[in-house]
Design a binder for this molecule. Structure first.
Ligand code: URA
Ligand code: SF4
Length: 272
């Protein structure tokens, strides 16, 4: 009896220790998560689906050319014949907002999206601007680790996750000077590219990293704390929200809820 109690106590102490280590940012939460079973977060009753794409009017003319519809893709639907490469090409030459003046290069997105998972961040930072690829700086390293941890723990059984297998993009395709927040007119000018990418990819799950992606794709203002844990819809895709990896770098206490959100996303993926 006493031995069983001791065992329980040891297990409890170990869990507490691991949680504290992770919360303090020591070690790698995405690795520590292996031996843990974080409390599953009960999804709140999903709010009515985000109307963003679903409610958008269909294009007036199904055979309209890309130029006629424009990169706004007005409806958010993908013009016939659109491709990720075509979008990337337009993005690289885009002058629709002032950020084209200060960028080194635009950052259209990376990955194939073949497994049906898309991550959406805010905007390129300095390293992304230099390399033309999203999430390759410090925050990017953390996102890459998150994806690797999901794969290692087989969060989605039978599905191999990597930067190549998913698609990673941002709300803004060009870096705002000094990494300032995106401005409303920049989001308006740039978001049609993201909507076209999503319309093409038709992912099972869209995972928003941070407030700007979340508010744009949910279609409502809110805090991450208030939006995470809810399963929204974007067209036919499920859409979930979590803290931006840069927020996790500033405050490691965010890593645990982010991992829980990734687990929720993995569960939702399997029933999508
Ligand atoms: N933060 C983002 O939101 N996107 C990037 O590509 C890099 C950092
Ligand atoms: Fe074009 Fe978007 Fe870059 Fe502005 S941020 S120039 S809209 S690609």
């Amino acid at each position: 009896m006493a031995a069983a109690d001791d065992k329980k106590e040891l297990a409890r102490a170990t869990r507490t220790y691991l949680a504290r280590e992770a919360d303090a940012g020591r070690g790698d939460l995405w690795t520590l998560a292996a031996g843990e079973t974080p409390r599953p977060r009960k999804p709140r009753a999903a709010k009515p689906a985000a109307p963003a794409v679903a409610a958008a009017p269909a294009p007036k003319c199904a055979i309209a050319t890309l130029e006629a519809i424009g990169p706004t893709g007005a409806s958010g639907l993908s013009p016939a014949g659109d491709t990720l490469e075509q979008i990337a090409h337009e993005v690289r030459g885009c002058t629709k907002c002032g950020l084209c003046e200060t960028r080194t290069q635009a950052v259209p997105g990376v990955g194939t999206g073949k497994v049906g998972v898309v991550f959406v961040g805010e905007a390129p930072g300095a390293e992304e601007d230099r390399r033309g690829e999203p999430f390759v700086g410090r925050a990017g390293d953390l996102l890459t680790k998150m994806i690797q941890a999901m794969d290692e723990k087989q969060l989605i059984p039978g599905v191999t996750l990597s930067r190549e297998a998913v698609f990673i993009a941002n709300v803004l395709k060009c870096r705002p000077p000094e990494n300032r927040n995106p401005l409303p007119h920049e989001i308006e000018a740039c978001s049609p590219y993201l909507r076209r990418q999503l319309a093409l990819l038709q992912p099972k799950v869209i995972f928003c990293l941070g407030k700007f992606a979340a508010e744009l794709l949910v279609g409502a203002k809110g805090t991450i704390g208030g939006m995470r844990g809810t399963v929204y819809r974007y067209g036919d895709s499920k859409l979930l929200v979590t803290y931006h990896p840069a927020a996790c770098l500033r405050n490691p206490n965010y890593k645990r809820p982010v991992w829980e959100d990734l687990q929720l996303m993995a569960r939702e993926y399997q029933t999508a």
